[in-house]
Design a protein around this ligand. Structure first.
Ligand SMILES: Cc1cc2nc3c(=O)[nH]c(=O)nc-3n(C[C@H](O)[C@H](O)[C@H](O)COP(=O)(O)OP(=O)(O)OC[C@H]3O[C@@H](n4cnc5c(N)ncnc54)[C@H](O)[C@@H]3O)c2cc1C
Length: 384
C-alpha cells in the first residue's frame, strides 16, 4: 500500500498493534465477502457482532458501557484498515452508531445509557441517526417532524429520509420539533425500532450499495418521555456537536479510500504495457499518480493536525468543514484518475476504483454538503 503514513510520533506501539489486529480482521472476515455483500445490497448482521467483539464499535466510548479506550489516531488506523475493503457502504452502516449513539451518550439518562449503549457497542443492536427529511436536509433548523407531549410520552408524526441503517436499526435517534420554529424548537428523541406506527421503506442508490438506506414514516408513534436526549428544545446543539465527529470520520474515510485508488492505479500502471512499455513509463500517467499522492499527503497532514487539536480539546469547526470538503475532493480526484489509468478495466465491476468512483458523491453530500460546509466555515471565520 502507498505509504502515506510516516513513522509519526502520533502513532505509538499500541496504535501499531491495533492496526495489526484490525488488518487481520479485514483480511479474514471482510475482504473475502465484501464484493458479494455490495452486489447483494446488504451484509449479515453478524458483522456487527464480530466488529463489536473486537472492540471496534466501542472505540472511544466509556468502558462502563462496553466501550474500549482509544483516541482519534486509533480511529484513523481503524478506518484506514477497514477502507482496504474499498467499501464505503460497509463502513457507513456498520458504523451508523457513530452518529446515532453519540447523542445517547451525551444526552441520555443514566438508566437509558446503561441499557442501550452496551447493546449497541457489542453489535447486538443497531443504532441510526434520523435528521434529514423529504423537504430537505441542509436546513436542519427547519425540520418539521413534530413531537407533542402527552402525559409521560411524546407522540411523533412526520417523515425522515436517506437514513443510514434505517431499515434495520433497533434504535433511532431522531431530530424532532417540540417547540416553535428554528433551532430553538428542536429536540432529540430515542425511538425504538419496533414502535407501533413506524414504517420504513428501503431506498436504492448510486453507490454505498450494501449500506441500508431508508425513508421512515412516523404515524402517531408513542415514545416514552424518558427517551428525551438532553433538554427539551435543546437538541440542536447535540446534533451540531455530533456533526463535528461525523465530518471528521467522513474525511478519514475519503482520505483512506483515495489511497486505495492510488494503490490500485499504481499497481496497474506497473503491470500494464502499452506501446511497448509499462504505463508508468508514460510521463502523463506517472504524473497523474504523483498528483494523486500529493493530494493524499496534504489531506493526511490536515487530518493529523486536526485530530491533534481535537485531542487537545479544541473545537476547530471551520477547519473540520474545510477538511471534510478537501478530503472528499481528494477522493474524487483519485477515483477519477484511477479509473482513467485502469482504462476499460476501471469501468468494470470488481475493481476497487470502480466502486469508489460510484461512492464518492455521497462524501460530498452526506454529513453536510460541500456548499453548506463552505458557508459554515465562512461564518465561523467571521467573514459573514
Ligand atoms: C447515502 C446517504 C446516506 C445518508 N445518511 C443519513 C443519515 O443517516 N441520517 C440523516 O439524517 N441524513 C442522512 N443523509 C442525508 C444527508 O445528510 C443530506 O442528503 C444532506 O445533508 C443534504 O441534504 P439534502 O439531500 O436534503 O439536500 P438539500 O438540503 O435539498 O440541498 C440540495 C443541494 O443544494 C445545496 N444547497 C442547499 N442550500 C444551499 C445554500 N444556502 N447555498 C448553497 N447551496 C445550497 C446543497 O449543498 C445541495 O448541494 C444521507 C444521505 C445520503 C445520500
Amino acid at each position: 500500500m502507498y505509504q502515506a503514513m510516516p513513522a509519526s510520533p502520533m502513532y505509538s506501539a499500541e496504535h501499531k498493534a491495533f492496526r495489526a489486529t484490525v488488518r487481520r480482521y479485514v483480511d479474514n472476515e471482510l475482504l473475502p465477502h465484501v464484493d458479494a455483500w455490495d452486489e447483494a445490497e446488504t451484509f449479515p448482521r453478524s458483522v456487527y457482532r464480530s466488529a463489536g467483539e473486537l472492540g471496534l464499535l466501542g472505540l472511544g466510548y466509556p468502558e462502563q458501557y462496553g466501550g474500549t479506550d482509544g483516541d482519534l489516531f486509533h480511529e484513523m488506523v481503524m478506518i484506514e484498515e477497514l477502507s482496504r475493503t474499498a467499501c464505503g457502504g460497509l463502513l457507513a452502516s456498520l458504523f451508523s452508531h457513530s452518529i446515532g449513539a453519540a447523542p445517547i451518550l451525551v444526552g441520555g439518562s443514566e438508566a437509558l445509557k446503561a441499557r442501550v449503549l452496551p447493546q449497541i457497542l457489542s453489535g447486538e443492536k443497531i443504532s441510526a441517526l434520523a435528521i434529514t427529511e423529504p423537504s430537505g436536509g441542509s436546513d436542519v433548523a427547519s425540520l418539521t417532524t413534530r413531537a407533542v407531549r402527552d402525559g409521560d410520552a411524546y407522540i411523533v408524526n412526520g417523515s425522515k429520509t436517506f437514513i443510514t441503517s434505517g431499515m434495520r436499526a433497533d434504535y433511532l435517534t431522531v431530530a424532532v420539533r417540540t417547540g416553535g420554529p428554528g433551532a430553538g424548537g428542536v429536540s432529540a428523541l430515542l425511538i425504538d425500532g419496533d414502535s407501533p406506527g413506524l414504517t420504513r421503506t428501503p431506498l436504492k442508490k448510486m453507490g454505498w450499495w450494501c449500506s441500508d438506506t431508508a425513508q421512515l414514516h412516523f404515524d402517531n408513534v408513542r415514545v416514552p418521555a424518558a427517551h428525551l436526549l438532553g433538554q427539551e428544545n435543546r437538541g440542536f446543539d447535540i446534533f451540531m456537536r455530533n456533526f463535528n465527529h461525523e465530518r471528521l470520520a467522513l474525511a478519514m474515510q475519503a482520505y483512506a479510500l483515495a489511497r486505495v485508488c492510488l494503490d490500485e492505479a499504481s499497481d496497474w500502471a506497473q503491470q500494464r504495457t502499452t506501446f511497448g512499455k509499462q504505463l508508468v513509463q508514460h510521463q502523463v500517467v506517472r504524473h497523474k499518480l504523483v498528483v494523486m499522492a500529493t493530494q493524499i499527503e496534504a489531506t493526511r497532514a490536515m487530518l493529523e493536525e486536526l485530530a491533534q487539536r481535537l485531542e487537545r480539546g479544541e473545537s476547530p469547526v471551520a477547519q473540520i468543514c474545510m477538511l471534510k470538503n478537501f478530503a472528499a475532493q481528494t477522493m474524487q480526484l483519485c477515483a477519477d484518475s484511477a479509473v482513467q489509468i485502469l482504462g476499460g478495466m476501471g469501468f468494470m465491476r470488481g475493481t476497487k476504483s470502480e466502486r469508489i468512483y460510484r461512492d464518492v458523491k455521497v462524501y460530498m453530500i452526506g454529513g453536510g454538503a460541500e456548499e453548506i460546509l463552505n458557508d459554515l466555515a465562512a461564518r465561523q471565520l467571521g467573514w459573514v
